[in-house]
Design a protein around this ligand. Structure first.
Ligand code: SKM
Length: 167
């Protein structure tokens, strides 16, 4: 069984994913880290040297690889993974996969992401929290149509890690 965690950058997919994997005795895999390992460079470097289109192609390729695994895995996707090509259809049509959307409010995402935006190529150019807030609002509006195809949605605002895991 593969548990797929979906959501915007900063929504806690990796943090929650690691805890969930430990609790279930599953392996944990972060798709961004998997891509970095395979491509031998950070996500920021891949975007910079090879471009986003290359990154998205590799993201789909490695997603397919992981989704075909017969292991028990908690998989944290990249924030954009469900929104490109047929990625979301691959996820929801795979009978071995259960998908969860970790949904957070825009102000909370913005607060979390502002200090760590350098390593996130899509938001690293934004200079104020107001700009970031506006960007996330528009971006989420486009992305929600993909995220919300997940089998389950967890509203994780104001929740402690333990409560999210219990949900
Ligand atoms: O996959 C990385 C990359 O920085 C792109 C991204 C996105 O499109 O939201 C999120 C990150 O997890």
């Amino acid at each position: 069984m593969i548990i797929v965690l979906i959501g915007y950058m900063g929504s806690g997919k990796s943090t929650i994913g690691k805890e969930l994997a430990t609790a279930l005795e599953y392996s944990f895999l972060d798709l961004d880290d998997y891509i970095s390992d395979k491509e031998k460079g950070s996500i920021a470097e891949i975007f910079k040297t090879k471009g986003e289109i290359y990154f998205r192609r590799k993201e789909t390729e490695y997603l397919n690889e992981v989704l075909n695994s017969s292991e028990n895995i908690v998989l944290a996707l990249g924030g954009g993974t469900p929104c490109y090509g047929k990625n979301m259809d691959l996820i929801i049509n795979n009978t071995n996969v259960t998908s969860f959307y970790l949904k957070l409010s825009i102000p909370l995402l913005s607060k979390r992401l502002f200090t760590e935006r350098e390593k996130r190529p899509l938001i690293s150019h934004l200079n104020s929290e107001t700009e970031l807030l506006e960007f996330i609002g528009k971006h989420l509006f486009e992305r929600n149509q993909y995220y919300s195809k997940s089998q389950f949605t967890l509203n994780t605002d104001h929740k402690m890690k333990q409560e999210i895991l219990e949900d």
